[in-house]
Every structure is written in C-alpha cells, then in structure tokens.
Design a binder for this molecule. Structure first.
Ligand code: NAI
Length: 328
C-alpha cells in the first residue's frame, strides 16, 4: 500500500518509520499541507495521511476520489477539517485516532493553566535577565477554585481527575455524557458559566460548538474568569475574547489552539511579518499564554498515533473491519 503523508514534520517521520517496521508500507512524506493546490501530490497513492490543518473539504475530497485515493488516515482525533459527508458520498474511507494520549493534552492543559495563573511566562524571562523582583507576580491557588470543564470525553475525564488532585471543585457540562463521576459533578451550561473561576474547553468543534465562547457567554461568566482552550480554536470567538481581556472581564487566557492557526502554527515565522492582527493583539496582553498546538506532542502520544494510523491502513489493506473508521 502506498501512503502519502501531508504536513509531515521530522517527529512524524521518525515515529511513522518505527511503526512501519511491522507493516512495510511504501510511505512518502510531504511538508506541504493538503489543499486544492497540493492535492495532485496524492496521485498514485492508495491512502493519504493528514493532520489538523490539512484542508480536506468537499472540493479536495472529490479530487482525491478522482485520483483513486481510497483511504484518508487522520493522525489526530478531531476531524473538523474533513468533509465527512462528501467522503461518504465518494466512498472514501476516513479513519482517525480517537484516543492516543488523553494524558498528553490534559497535562498540557494544566501546564498552561499553571503557567498563566502563577505567571511563569513572566518570571522565566525575568530570571534569565537577572531580574529577581517579584512585583507583579502574585498568582492564586488552584485549591478550592471551581473549574468548569466543557466536554467529558477522554481528555475531559483525565483533566477532571488531575484537578481533583489539586483540590478543585470540578463542574462538567457535556450534554452527551451518560454519567459524571467524582471528583467532577455534572451541571448545565448556565451554572458552569456562572460558577466557574476557570473554564476549560474539551469538546469537539462542530456547528453546535462553533463560537461557544462568544460575547454572550463571556457576559454570563464571573468577572476575572480564566479561559483555557486546548481543543479547537473555533470554539472561541477571538474578537469577543479580546474585548473581554480589554475590559478585564476575562482575567486571563491560555490557548494551545487558535481559530486562524492554519498557515501560522507548526512553522517558523520568526522572520516574517505576521499579518493576523487579531492574533498579534492577543500576544500583547500580559495575561495571555499561547502555545502552538503542542498539547498532543509527547513521545507516548506520537508512538500511539503512528501505530494506530498504520494499523488502520493494515486493516483496510486486509479488507478487515477498520476499528476507527468514520466513513466508507
Ligand atoms: P472525545 O470525543 O473523547 O470527547 C469529546 C466530548 O465532548 C464527548 O464526551 C462529547 O460528548 C462532548 N461534547 C460534544 N458536544 C458537546 C457540546 N456541545 N458541549 C459539551 N460537550 C460536548 O474527545 P477527546 O479525545 O476528549 O478530545 C476533545 C477535543 O480535544 C477534540 O475534539 C480535539 O478537538 C481536541 N484535541 C486537541 C489536541 C491538541 O493537541 N491541542 C489533541 C487532541 C485533541
């Protein structure tokens, strides 16, 4: 089976090569992201392997089907960048990696939360410049705070357990969760907005959750609330968040994902002029911490991603049931 990997980085190549030892697939790697201008690179392949910012919309799906590509291997959980209806219509099988390391993302969520509320991003720079002043570095305890977790899936559940260890009161909103177990307790969205000192987003990006955090939602939250997003950028309406930071309604923001991250994240733009004014405005706030979609990036997660992805390819090649298939 011939597999073309788009948006590949050095760490993808080494993990895929390790996982491929037991399969022997013919794998070709491209740094380019998939979009209408690069889709031709898939010609001659049986399968393509994509990541979060590859563009696999209806136009690209039709091109892929015309090129006789039969399998789309998403090496991630979220598939909001794939038009699944178009894929179904063209008989294209799409598989994802539903869980690779919920610990990686949950732990990163806590890392950026603690960085923000204990001002580690500021003290790191100060100490390196020989400035040991503590002025402006007063933080607050997590212990005793109410954290609202939206989405009680694999990552949300692990996060709730970690937060329980910190002595937080954990409220969960997930309309599809069958049960919520201690230390977390289920609540409705209004209660979560009203009572949470910290809100953390762990639901998928869907038409229902798009801009879940908008001006109206922010209005219902506590003054000085902390907002964390390691899920998908589109859950947050960036312009409303900027206004809420300016008015101090929002006490801080820590994000690993950004609505317009494609074309920005995963590449070195340190010598470029960044043209996204909204992103640049966010970067001016002292109480904003941004990481570039790295919550998943642990050795354990990369190994599981590569193994699960190539196992799906092997199941497809053998005509077996593909455990993680979403269409086809
Ligand atoms: P999951 O599918 O296990 O859990 C998602 C949960 O969200 C489910 O329990 C579902 O019922 C719930 N949900 C769906 N619609 C909802 C709504 N309207 N309101 C509240 N809850 C809702 O997914 P998992 O593994 O926990 O991942 C969550 C998200 O994290 C993914 O969708 C993905 O976008 C993001 N992610 C980000 C990564 C990163 O590196 N920053 C890495 C992996 C995932």
């Amino acid at each position: 089976m011939k597999i073309r990997v788009f948006s590949s980085k050095s760490y993808d190549r080494s993990c895929m090569a390790d996982a491929n030892r037991q399969h022997g697939f013919e794998i070709e790697y491209f740094e380019a992201a998939l979009d209408p201008t690069t889709v031709a690179l898939a010609g001659g392949a049986d399968a393509i392997c994509l990541f979060v910012n590859d563009r696999c919309d209806a136009e690209v799906v039709h091109e892929l089907a015309d090129l006789d590509v039969r399998l789309v291997l998403m090496r991630c959980t979220g598939v909001n960048n794939v038009d699944l209806d178009a894929a179904r219509q063209r008989g294209l099988c799409v598989a994802n990696v539903p869980a690779y390391s919920p610990y990686a993302v949950a732990e990163h969520t806590v890392a950026i939360l603690l960085c923000l509320i204990r001002k580690i991003h500021k003290s790191y720079n100060r100490v390196r410049e020989g400035n040991f002043s503590l002025d402006g570095l007063v933080g607050f305890d997590l212990h005793g705070k109410t954290v609202g977790v939206i989405g009680y899936g694999a990552i949300g559940r692990v996060l709730c357990g970690i937060l329980g260890g910190f002595g937080c009161r954990v409220l969960v909103y997930d309309p599809f969760a069958k049960s919520v177990t201690p230390p977390a307790a289920a609540c409705d969205l209004d209660t979560l907005w009203r009572e949470a000192d910290i809100v953390s987003l762990h639901c998928p990006l869907t038409p229902d959750t798009h801009h879940l955090v908008d001006a109206a939602a922010l209005d219902r939250m506590k003054d000085g609330v902390i907002l964390i997003n390691t899920s998908r950028g589109g859950l947050i309406e960036s312009s409303s968040v900027i206004e809420a930071l300016k008015s101090r309604k929002l006490g801080g923001l820590a994000i690993d994902v950004y609505e317009e991250e494609s074309g920005l994240f995963f590449s070195d733009h340190s010598s470029d002029i960044i043209l996204d004014d909204r992103f640049e405005r966010l970067m001016t706030f002292p109480n904003v911490v941004v990481t570039g979609h790295q919550a998943f990036l642990t050795r354990e997660a990369l190994r599981t991603i590569a193994e699960t992805t190539l196992n799906s390819a092997a199941e497809f090649a053998a005509g077996d049931t593909i455990r993680h298939r979403l269409t086809g």
